[in-house]
Design a protein around this ligand. Structure first.
Ligand code: ADP
Ligand code: MG
Length: 339
């Protein structure tokens, strides 16, 4: 059984009936009534040693920052602002105290940076390695929340930044390249994207405030998989145009160095924590201005179409799925191998 089938099984066996519950399982955050026209946003993400990070090259301070960032990114994915955090920390027997001091420093600095207070958690012994689970709570105006389910046919599909950098960065780190003073300047952003990702909080808040965006989520499991989630929730498909994916010097260079096709990282690579959203085509100019003001390039990479899958094409998109193109539905990161 794969991850999304397991989540669907859990969802189908759970009750989702509570007067204050606005959104349960299925989006980046659960949404709960707060007071007046405000809602709480709640999310939980775990980082597990050997799956999400390698202590041989992940400095503990950056790991602590990343544990906060990946959760803050889910709050951003709804358009909200983080407010509180809870931390569950699993450590092996005889853990290194200097290492955990740096980890704690990273967590506390990131909480301060994103404006969320660490208000509780749990600490346990985990014989199989380090694990970090955070719950982050955010809040926002109820009418501005951006869900995955509201994409509409003909919407333009947008991505922030340059998807693929984190996966390329991880591949470089695994090949022995490190983030050091003399590291090639075009490769540094790739290594940083994996070790110290930056959720797009300010941009997300601006996008929600614009009222122009129909559906949004963040990219944690790769463009192909996360767009498939958005499409599935919206009851649509999507067409992505390969040539419209934002080019990046570093990705090209890493591709040559490691003999890999950068397109694979852009389409399938996880952990970018960029924003993926859809909006009507007539919002294009305003969205470009919002991107420019927030310092994040935004790229229009395709369209939502009347279909059941996400396809990658070379040139333009039609309004329905055509025979051309490659089906890339759910081609990103998967926790459980099929077979
Ligand atoms: P994301 O990649 O944005 O963190 P996930 O793919 O992890 O989202 O989860 C998708 C949805 O399923 C979310 O709403 C999440 O809260 C929910 N979910 C994931 N795992 C579980 C679980 N074990 N129990 C209940 N809900 C879960
Ligand atoms: Mg998410």
């Amino acid at each position: 059984m794969i991850e999304r089938d397991l989540i669907e099984q859990i969802r189908s066996l759970s009750s989702a009936d509570a007067p204050a519950l606005v959104q349960g399982i299925g989006d980046d955050c659960a949404v709960i009534e707060k007071s007046g026209n405000r809602v709480w946003l709640l999310t939980m993400d775990t980082l597990v040693e050997s799956i999400h990070f390698d202590c041989n090259f992940h400095p503990p301070e950056l790991l602590g920052r990343k544990a906060v960032a990946v959760n803050v990114s889910d709050i951003a994915a709804m358009g909200g602002k983080p407010t509180f955090a809870l931390l569950s920390l699993g450590l092996p027997e005889g853990f290194n105290e200097e290492w955990t001091r740096w980890l704690s420093l990273g967590i506390s600095k990131a909480c301060e940076q994103y404006g969320c207070l660490l208000i509780g958690g749990d600490t346990v012994c985990n014989p199989s390695g380090v694990s970090l689970t955070l719950t982050v709570i955010g809040e926002m105006e109820r009418g501005r929340v951006l869900y995955r389910k509201n994409g509409q046919v003909g919407d333009t599909v947008w991505v922030s930044g340059q998807p693929g950098r984190s996966a390329a960065g991880l591949a470089l780190l695994q090949s022995g390249i490190r983030l050091e003073k003399n590291t090639d300047s075009s490769l540094r952003p790739l290594l940083k994207a994996h070790l110290d990702p930056m959720p797009r909080t300010a941009l997300a808040i601006d996008l929600a405030a614009s009222g122009l965006v129909h559906a949004m989520q963040d990219i944690s499991d790769g463009l192909a998989t996360d767009l498939s989630h958005l499409c599935h929730q919206s009851g649509l498909g999507a067409c992505i145009i390969a040539d419209y994916l934002p080019p990046c010097e570093g990705l090209k260079k890493a591709g040559i160095l490691l003999n890999q096709d950068p397109m694979d990282w852009m389409i399938k690579g996880g952990e970018d924590y960029e924003l993926l959203f859809t909006a009507p085509p007539d919002a294009t100019k305003t969205l470009q201005l919002i991107g420019r003001d927030s310092g994040q390039p935004l790229s229009a990479v395709g369209s939502l179409i009347e279909a059941k899958s996400v396809v990658l094409v070379e040139k333009g998109c039609g309004t329905t799925v055509s025979d051309e193109g490659t089906d890339i539905s759910f081609q990103g990161y998967e926790h459980f191998q099929v077979g």
